[in-house]
Design a binder for this molecule. Structure first.
Ligand code: ATP
Ligand code: MG
Length: 567
């Protein structure tokens, strides 16, 4: 491609709301343009990058015998009613009626559709396993579309689904998909971590996320400083505490604590480590067609992890409640405790089970109980409710947990019969019994990956594409196209490189050298060959975008040198 014939509208201005490097540079360098909130057009360079990512995905899927399909983007709402997800997905699901008043949704993910294509067609265990996937546009009416391609409303996802006749076979495929996803990200030149993910209300351990490590990541990961353990903060576990502060000595009694409402004030008032205080967090749990206030109790030194709390009651969401709402329920904000609590549903953190020497609210203004033995709680529900902190012990080894940030680019999940059972997608097993398929689902954010590459690889001048994702590997730039011999040499080099299967663009524009250089840096081609002054000595310069290094090479050595650099 010649620059003079290409369509690469670079600009100095970034979109007003852009804060992330990928959003700024992909817009400024002419890879994408924004249509409306969360909607983007891919221009020629953006499309090339996306296609490269897709090609690698297709190659790795073929290596696993996964089969490509292409399902209708417009999905009958009926299928979503059958699975029960129409309510659960809420407003993210864009619904509309056709001219005959039939209700449809724009596919935000395709579990239902994929189940419907095998339902009544795959009928015997002999036809299993099956792994089908597509690379397809998805639409989710995200509450807060932001960060450019990272959280768009319309985006491209690789979504795969596997069908099995045993959990062992699902485990095997899940491991194969994890390995394939790791190969894809390695080939793309990305640093990543596979972490344990929140499995939502379904529970279980079969959910992992592939996280591209980047400071701008929306997800906080807890990773071990000495072993491979890593988990999304929403799912992270910690080892049992080894050092426990000394317990306060007190008989059980009610104590006047005037205006002592916060955990800090409480532990200061009694000179007690907050480990021995009980924190109450009241939230309204939102279900498909109802809501319910819930009080979560955790140790005062801990922090409530909302996703864990949400899962513990099987809710779709948790929303904050005001003090006046609590008062209306007869609750005393700042002084709430679990003893004799019958006004609100309660869930207690696992770490409070049978805890002794505790201080908690007495459900009465200005009073707390001290010397509380929580083993009196009896029949109350317990769950893991707390967020791990940096410095907590790793649940797998003696290492310590630390936080890092990641961009979720993939999510693999053992579904079991979550969709096949309600959708009645069944096959006949070896004994002729009709049984729902055991399923796995494997998603990868293709358009999000375009942005993730830049989040991990950029500098103050612009994009730095990895070799596998670069729209062109080499940019042959003619400093001054009026120099006929230079233009001639550059054109021949450009042709030779392309013949050698090195994707090359020729910057043959009339513009000034400085302007073309800053475009080259902004766009982020891995290598730019500068054909200019050095031609007097039969030399050119190669700018290595990543290091900024300028390498002077004899004109007859350029192709060889580039081959070496590309590796
Ligand atoms: P997130 O927690 O980021 O909202 P999710 O859990 O909703 O992601 P999945 O439903 O598992 O995501 O979708 C599979 C993949 O699709 C994700 O891992 C992510 O890479 C990508 N993806 C999800 N939502 C978006 C979006 N709004 N814009 C771009 N990519 C997305
Ligand atoms: Mg989401």
């Amino acid at each position: 491609m010649r620059f003079s014939k290409a369509y690469i509208p670079t600009t100095k201005e970034a979109p007003k709301d852009a804060i992330l490097p990928s959003h700024i540079y992909l817009s400024r360098a002419g890879f994408v343009t924004q249509v409306a909130s969360g909607l983007y057009n891919f221009l020629p360079l953006g499309k090339r990058v996306m296609r490269k990512i897709e090609t690698i995905i297709h190659e790795e899927m073929a290596a696993c015998d996964a089969l490509e399909v292409d399902l209708s983007f417009v999905t009958p709402a009926e299928l979503w009613q059958e699975s029960g997800r129409i309510e659960k997905f809420g407003k993210e699901l864009l619904r509309f009626r056709d001219r005959k008043e039939n209700l449809f949704v724009l596919g935000p993910t395709h579990e239902e559709m994929m189940v419907s294509i095998v339902r009544n067609r795959v009928t015997s265990y002999k036809q299993l396993p099956l792994n089908v996937y597509q690379v397809k546009t998805k639409f989710r009416d995200e509450a807060r579309p932001r960060f450019g391609l990272m959280r768009a409303r319309e985006f491209v996802m690789k979504d795969g689904y596997s069908f099995h006749s045993s959990t062992e076979d699902l485990d095997r495929e899940f491991d194969a998909m994890e390995a394939a996803y790791k190969r894809i990200l390695t080939r793309l030149g990305l640093q990543f971590r596979v972490v344990e993910a929140d499995s939502g209300a379904i529970g279980g351990s079969g959910s992992k996320e592939l996280m591209v490590l980047a400071n701008s990541g929306e997800d906080t990961l807890a990773v071990c400083d000495s072993c491979e353990y890593g988990a999304n903060i929403e799912a992270a576990q910690r080892s049992k505490r080894i050092t426990i502060p000394e317990a306060p000595k007190a008989e059980f009694m009610k104590f006047k604590t005037p205006d002592i409402k916060s955990i800090e004030d409480l532990s200061a008032f009694f000179h007690v480590d907050s480990y021995y205080t009980l924190k109450a967090v009241v939230m309204r749990a939102v279900f498909a067609d109802s809501t319910q206030p819930v009080c979560f109790f955790i140790r005062g030194c801990d922090t409530l992890q909302e996703v864990k709390a949400c899962n513990s009651v099987g809710a779709i969401d948790l929303v904050e409640m005001s003090v006046s709402e609590l008062t209306d329920l007869g609750l005393v904000a700042g002084f709430m405790g679990p003893l004799d609590q019958d006004k609100i549903r309660i869930v207690m953190d696992n770490d409070t089970r049978n805890a002794k020497a505790m201080i908690c609210g007495a459900n009465e203004l200005d009073y707390h109980f001290v010397g509380v033995d929580l083993s009196v709680m009896g029949d109350v529900s317990y769950a893991d409710l707390v967020a791990v902190s940096e410095g907590d012990g790793c649940p797998r080894c003696s290492g310590k947990l630390e936080y890092t940030k990641g961009i979720e680019v993939g999510h693999i999940f053992k579904l079991g019969t979550t969709y096949s059972a309600p959708l009645k997608a069944e096959y006949l097993d070896e004994n002729g019994r009709s049984t729902p398929f055991i399923m796995g689902t494997y998603g990868m954010g293709v358009s999000r990956l375009v942005a993730a590459v830049i989040e991990q690889h950029h500098d103050e001048k612009g994009c730095i594409w990895t070799h596998a994702t670069a729209p062109y590997m080499v940019n042959v730039m003619v400093s001054n196209i009026k120099e006929e011999t230079h233009l001639e040499f550059a054109t021949t080099l450009y042709t030779t490189l392309n013949e050698n299967k090195i994707e090359t663009i020729l910057d043959d524009r009339k513009d000034r050298f400085g302007f073309k250089m800053s475009d080259a840096e902004l766009i982020g081609f891995p290598f730019t060959v500068i054909v200019g002054k050095e031609m007097e000595n039969d030399q050119v310069q190669i700018m290595v975008r990543k290091s900024g290094e300028m390498i002077t090479v004899a004109t007859h050595d350029v192709v060889q040198k580039l081959k070496e650099l590309i590796g």
